[in-house]
Design a binder for this molecule. Structure first.
Ligand SMILES: [Zn+2]
Length: 106
């Protein structure tokens, strides 16, 4: 694809509408994320989200790193929308249900 300046955008042919990610994202959010392992962006500690410190009385649900106490995840529902802030997580690894069954020997 060529823009008005004549520059060729080599990524345009690979680009999809963000709605195309819905199937993959549904897999992520259809599982129990408390078993997901999160790497803290501040201190690098990796631990299950279920092991983080939860502050549920804040304007948003807030999970803090059990090691350095920095905010890892914030979750809120506002005006019919779910707001998810993961900037405190360097990486979030969610085990798929099929992989979980395999690791349990089932
Ligand atoms: Zn930390």
């Amino acid at each position: 694809m060529t823009d008005p300046t004549g520059t060729v955008d080599i990524t345009a042919s690979r680009r999809l509408d963000g709605n195309a990610a819905a199937g993959m994202l549904a897999e992520l959010f259809a599982v129990d994320v408390t078993t997901a392992r999160s790497r803290c962006a501040s201190c690098g500690t990796t631990s299950m989200l279920g092991a983080h410190h939860l502050y549920a009385d804040a304007p948003a649900l807030v999970l803090r790193c059990p090691s350095c106490t920095d905010v890892v995840l914030r979750y809120a529902i506002r005006e019919g929308r779910i707001l998810l802030d993961l900037r405190g997580a360097q990486l979030l690894a969610v085990l798929l249900p099929a992989a979980s069954n395999e690791s349990n020997g089932a």
